[in-house]
Design a protein around this ligand. Sequence first.
Ligand SMILES: C[S@@+](CC[C@H](N)C(=O)[O-])C[C@H]1O[C@@H](n2cnc3c(N)ncnc32)[C@H](O)[C@@H]1O
Length: 281
Amino acid sequence: MTLDDYRAHFNKTLAALYPEEEIISIRSIILENVLGLNRVEVALSRKLQLTPQQINELDTVLERLKQSEPVQYIVGQTEFYGLELQVNRATLIPRPETEELVTWVLEETTKKQPIEILDIGTGSGCIALALAQQLPNARAEAVDILIQAIETAATNAQNNQVEVTFFQQDILEADSLPRRYDVIVSNPPYVRELEKAAIKENVLRHEPHSALFVSDNDPLIFYRKIAQLAVNNLKEGGQLFFEINEYLGEETVMLVKEVGFSNVTLKKDLFGKDRMIRAVK
Ligand SMILES: C[S@@+](CC[C@H](N)C(=O)[O-])C[C@H]1O[C@@H](n2cnc3c(N)ncnc32)[C@H](O)[C@@H]1O
């Protein structure tokens, strides 16, 4: 079987499950990963005869894709803000909206002065690592409840040669934070149980529920707790940034104000959805 034959087989197998554009993108990631070739080499190897072992490996991957497992978990990595990050079942796959949050933080901070940053619910470490890399004078710390996430984030820091201090902590149980910060940023769990029906199969079946879901009774539990901690642990003029549930923009702004921030801005993402909040102490 040639590479071209396998391409056709790949497309046909996934046609009913994924849109065509997504199949092409997934196929390219898988072929590069399994065959150990770069994008150009894959494009130039249409008549390459695949070995039985390669076909076997590709078939195994195809089977996982049919079970709607995200391609990022299959190859064990993804890209975020130009960083190559390991991801696994303990870490959420970073989303483009979160890159927008990082961009906002960078727009509102200065590269020149030393600043102290805390990322709460770090997962793969994506936010903390991107900020630490872009802000050479920053001292970044990051916390997550899951030790497996902390371990992955620490590996990602090492692989990308970025310095971040990680610690394991259930933020809902924290009475205070270790120090005072210039920036506290968080993309906490925010999807309500009632929104589960609208969540895609690949997310629901494979991504960590503890990273995604909150109860319908108190969906802003993380925002309340983190905003309360931030009131005490941000320096004067310090900033709190949140990624938020698109359906709860106004409610989240109100909550952050009630907790003690007067200067609060709500921002939409590229899709026009309420997605981020910035509050200044
Ligand atoms: C929406 S994910 C965000 C992950 C990553 N920051 C990102 O943007 O892709 C939320 C993260 O919060 C962590 N988390 C959940 N409950 C937590 C808690 N009580 N204390 C600290 N972290 C928690 C999850 O393990 C997960 O990594």
